[in-house]
Design a protein around this ligand. Structure first.
Ligand SMILES: C[S@@+](CC[C@H](N)C(=O)[O-])C[C@H]1O[C@@H](n2cnc3c(N)ncnc32)[C@H](O)[C@@H]1O
Length: 296
């Protein structure tokens, strides 16, 4: 690939998704675009980039999607979910008891495991949420990932990655020899949409909790500032934000304060509503992964 071609693809990715690709990652272009070349029966990257330069819109979308890392698992990193279950959810049950509803947004939800993990935790809350109307919205730029999330069908390997066996048995049904489909009851109140985080998010409405985990890491500082700005405008004054374990709002946004930064938990912090009142604040004992899994 010529330096010019690399710059062209890197600019296209940055402009359309916020994804930053440095020169040392140029091998990713070659690896991830191979399936696109095969699907489109193109001879090589030169041809593909030629069509992109001619402004082929559907190809540009396919390329952006192919370049995304959609890596995810059920209950990825576990502790943030344990924090949600033991701190944020009980706070929500108190703070929202008058309206008996709340909304959670998963940004960069990939193939849906993150949103279904939350749905599984809400189901486990049982009677405490019986009369409630919780909503979970999952968004991602990748069409293919969103279609898979909507179907809620996972391979044996995906189902085994992070999902306690007890939950697999109770909330999924086997499809054929090697796939598992999440039961319809878990899909109630759940919605997946294609949405680009580089665009405005306010049409999605307000949210009490936002997860944006392992997404900011792909963006440069300017895009992180914009995305966290949009997220802060969506969140309620007492909202909770979950980022990936090595992601932070520090140095990027003044609208949040760290609550349990080592597991990516932040709270909205506004002049008239300090972080101490965030839904994410409460006694957190940081149970170990193995203990948490055993109790699940
Ligand atoms: C590594 S996955 C993280 C999945 C999940 N949040 C987790 O932590 O397991 C990153 C996801 O972010 C999505 N993504 C990247 N840029 C995006 C953008 N500009 N708008 C929406 N989604 C984006 C990718 O398509 C990918 O599915």
């Amino acid at each position: 690939m010529t330096p010019d071609d690399f710059e062209f693809v890197a600019d296209l990715l940055k402009e359309r998704s916020g994804l930053v690709l440095t020169r040392d990652k140029s091998y990713l272009i070659e690896n991830r675009l191979m399936p696109v070349l095969r699907r489109r029966r193109l001879k090589g990257l030169g041809d593909l980039i030629g069509y992109l330069r001619d402004g082929e819109e559907s190809l540009a979308r396919e390329v952006v999607e192919a370049m995304m890392s959609g890596e995810t698992t059920f209950f990825r990193d576990w502790k943030p979910f344990e924090h949600f279950r033991t701190v944020t959810l009980p706070n929500i049950l108190k703070a929202r008891k008058d309206k008996e509803s709340f909304r959670i947004l998963c940004c960069g939800v990939s193939t849906g495991q993150e949103a279904y993990s939350l749905a599984l935790l809400l189901r486990e809350a049982g009677d405490a949420l019986a009369a409630w109307d919780p909503q979970i919205v999952g968004i991602d730029i990748a069409d293919g990932a969103i279609t898979r999330a909507q179907k809620g069908v996972y391979s044996q390997f995906e189902a085994q990655s992070g999902l306690p066996v007890r939950m697999l048995i109770s909330s999924f049904e086997k499809v054929g020899d090697s796939q598992w489909r999440i039961k319809d009851v878990l899909k109630a109140g759940l919605e997946f949409k294609r949405w680009n985080l580089t665009e405005e998010l306010y049409p999605l409405g307000a949210f009490d909790v936002v997860l944006c985990r392992n997404v900011l890491t792909f963006f440069d500082q300017e895009t992180k500032i914009q995305v966290l700005g949009r997220i802060s405008r969506l969140l309620t004054d007492d909202g909770a934000l979950y980022l990936g374990l090595d992601e932070t709002t520090v140095g990027i946004s003044n609208n949040f304060r760290a609550v349990v930064p080592e597991i990516g938990v932040f709270g909205v912090d506004r002049p008239d509503r300090p972080v101490s009142q965030s839904l994410a604040v409460g006694a957190w004992h940081g149970s170990s992964q193995s203990n948490a899994k055993e109790s699940a």
